[in-house]
Design a protein around this ligand. Structure first.
Ligand code: GCW
Length: 707
């Protein structure tokens, strides 16, 4: 008897250990992003693609052309489950893909591409190798998303010239506002060891048409200007080059002093100018296709030309002059604001930059954040757009979720980007959208740029939250073509990354599209602001102490016994005057101001009846509660797609949605309990009052913020 139970126990353990030791079902770690290239399971579809893609013909041996052919081979091998040979010229052969660089091709810009069928082949035409590379990825995208290749006829040109990522990555491997691990760049290993990930980073970007990357933080270290670091950057540039990506560096404006040992960094000082000219020469010796400089100056404590009584234009033009012998550019950020207790941070960039319109060197682009203050969940468009007709203005979006719940909240950002790009500035009459300012069509700029502050890091899946990959993807697609809709982009991304099962695609796209408004509802409804100092994660609307007034919460929301919101009309800070009358009119009347922007521009009494039929207080509570409840809706929707999505990815997102729910309730409770001390009103039915007290929420935030 004893022996028998011993045998059974042994058998049991063998089974358990055997199972544990078994290879788990293949889980997807997200590393491959949207370039998955898993075999197409629909036989008929796969075979139809295979018939059209029997070979890849290319004449020419440029590195980017080779990349294009290589990417097609890799992609097709995966999607079709068979190798596709590469040949020289197509000759009389049919049933293949021809990569053609045709300098005289009409209707194409240098990086544009055309997909067509000719003589029984699929032809990818570009004026340059880069165009063919982007066309090759476009062809793969068609196959990945299940589109027909029969009547293929597509011409696509990028709407913006510099499509760039800005990495806020530091020398020590940390990433400012990065929530996906540490920096991708392993500075201590470079230039000798090349992490294979650098190439995969380049592939992902090239697949979207991103052609520029600023590898270091705008709060820059002068070390990046040393020969030691330039060699490291050069090693990255070498990996990125065959993917059409040029490297840029953020500049520490005081480098002539701190690194060069000069007495000053005054941009009008001849020695300083010489120092930069020599530095630029050295950079181009080491990185021949260097893209240029990105500069944060006289902002948040960074040095700049104003330290010497000079203007932003003086600083930018000095760097432009140093770059004159080369084709590099200067991207000068307009993110500036002073600690003025009486001022309105909203107005700062406009006030400082518009007087300089027309004074910048032609090599300079001024890069403007989408909103006037920062990258909050919802901001009106920056009034700089349209108001500097003689200066190329680039767009700066933020992909990393600094104000959007880091890596535990699902927020699909394409609707944020689109909302800004579609806004009408009215500077040259109706239809003068921000997009037309940025793409240069309104004022005839040739130097056009769109930048995204990257959300990538060392996390295996690149972005921490698996669905945050969609934000990188959406940024790249919109930088190429800002007319694409948030829905179309989401559809592509889901099909390429998560599933092609039609019902699941529909559900996930809907989830993505609704995610931003849900976040706004529990985080900053009706135009509330929250750029207080610190980590930008925990709710702390009560925060009223800081080294400067505009680094407190109360500065922004202005809650008092009368009401809530920042009066920016003629009776307040007059910030609305920075917009054209047509724009001003939509916002300046509190009766007609759209609710999403109400508290951005008005101090509204708690009891004021809004267009929704509710009082301000009741509307606020409704939003906070509905927003937090909607996270549960997101969880249910996500549960519905379980069978159609990779199990590891599904579990990862499901877990994060649980965290998001808890944190959404945290935000709701903090705001509602805090604002209630001013409104002095009960929480309206049917909502139940928070289970904790204001003191308890405050304590939880204090604990969160402990070092
Ligand atoms: O929003 C603020 C961020 C800073 C950032 C700054 C900027 C790089 O909190 O971390 O610094 O914007 O854009 O310069």
């Amino acid at each position: 008897m004893k022996n028998r139970s011993g045998c059974l126990l042994l058998l049991f353990w063998l089974l358990v250990i055997g199972r544990a030791g078994a290879i788990p079902p293949a889980g997807d770690d997200g590393y491959r992003l949207w370039l998955k290239y898993d075999r197409i399971t629909d036989d008929a579809l796969r075979q139809s693609y295979a018939r059209a893609a029997g070979f890849i013909a290319l004449s020419g041996d440029g590195p980017m052309l080779q990349t294009a052919a290589g990417e097609l081979q890799t992609g097709l091998q995966g999607l079709l489950g068979k190798a596709v040979p590469r040949i020289g010229g197509a000759g009389n052969r049919t049933g293949g893909i021809v990569l053609a660089v045709t300098a005289g091709e009409p209707g194409l810009q240098p990086e544009g591409y055309r997909l067509s069928t000719r003589n029984g082949n699929l032809v990818v035409t570009g004026k340059t190798d880069a165009g063919v590379l982007y066309g090759a990825f476009a062809l793969l995208r068609r196959i990945q998303t299940g589109q027909s290749l029969e009547t293929i006829s597509e011409t696509s040109n990028p709407k913006v010239r510099f499509r760039m990522l800005n990495h806020w990555d530091n020398v020590d491997g940390s990433v400012e506002r990065g929530y996906a691990g540490s920096s991708l760049w392993k500075w201590y290993e470079l230039p000798e060891r090349i992490d294979p990930r650098y190439r995969d980073y380049a592939r992902a970007n090239a697949s979207l048409g991103i052609n520029a990357t600023v590898v270091n933080n705008v709060n820059a270290s002068a070390r990046f200007m040393t020969e030691e670091y330039l060699r490291k950057v050069a090693a990255l540039a070498q990996v990125f080059r065959p993917y059409g990506i040029r490297v840029y560096l953020s500049v520490y404006f005081a480098a002539p002093k701190t690194l060069g040992g000069l007495k000053t960094s005054d941009p009008l000082d001849p020695q300083v100018r010489q120092w930069w000219a020599d530095k630029v020469k050295e950079i181009y010796r080491i990185i021949p296709d260097f893209g240029g400089f990105l500069v944060k100056a006289n902002s948040e404590g960074e040095p700049g030309p104003q330290d010497y009584g000079r203007t932003h234009a003086d600083g930018a033009n000095m760097l432009a002059e140093a770059l004159k012998p080369y084709d590099g550019v200067v991207i000068w950020r307009a993110f500036v604001y002073k600690a003025d207790p009486k001022g309105d941070r909203f107005k700062a960039a406009y006030d400082e930059f518009t007087p300089l319109d027309g004074q910048f060197d032609p090599k300079v682009i001024v890069q403007v954040k989408n909103g006037p203050i920062d990258f909050q969940p919802r901001e009106p468009f920056s009034p700089l757009f349209g108001n500097m007709p003689r200066t190329p203005l680039g767009m700066e979006f933020q992909l990393t979720q600094e104000y959007l719940g880091f890596a535990t909240h699902l927020v699909y950002e394409a609707p944020i980007f689109r909302e800004c790009l579609e806004s009408d500035t009215y500077v040259a009459g109706k239809g003068s959208t921000v997009a037309k300012v940025v793409d240069g069509s309104l004022h005839g700029y040739a130097m056009t740029a769109m930048a995204g502050v990257a959300n990538t890091g060392s996390h295996r899946n690149w972005t921490g939250h698996p669905l945050a990959q969609a934000n990188w993807y959406a940024f790249g697609r919109l930088a190429w073509d800002h007319t694409l809709t948030a829905e179309a982009i989401a559809g592509e991304w889901v099909r390429m990354t998560l599933t092609r099962e039609p019902q699941a695609v529909k559900r996930i796209v809907n989830l993505l599209l609704r995610s931003r408004e849900i976040y706004v509802d529990y985080n900053t409804p009706l135009g509330l602001s929250r750029p207080w100092t610190g980590v930008h994660f925990a709710p702390e609307p009560w925060q009223n102490r800081s080294s400067r007034p505009d680094w407190t919460a109360v500065y922004y929301h202005r809650a008092d016994s009368v009401g809530l919101g920042f009066d920016r009309t003629a009776t307040g800070s007059r910030a609305l005057e920075q917009y054209r009358p047509e724009v001003r009119r939509t916002w300046e009347n509190p009766e007609t101001c759209p609710l999403p922007f109400l508290l951005w521009f008005h101090h509204v009494p708690w009891t004021k009846q809004l267009s929704s039929g509710r009082t301000l207080w009741n509307e606020l509570c409704t939003r906070f509660y509905a927003g937090a409840d909607s996270v549960r809706w997101m969880q249910r929707e996500w549960a519905q797609v379980k069978a159609a999505v990779d199990p590891d990815t599904h579990a990862d997102v499901a877990g994060r949605l649980l965290t998001q729910e808890r944190e959404a309730i945290w935000w709701r409770d903090a705001w509602v309990l805090y604002l209630q001390t001013f409104s002095k009103q009960p929480i309206p039915t049917p909502f139940r009052k928070p289970e904790r007290t204001l003191e308890e929420v405050k304590r939880s935030v204090d604990v969160y913020l402990l070092r």
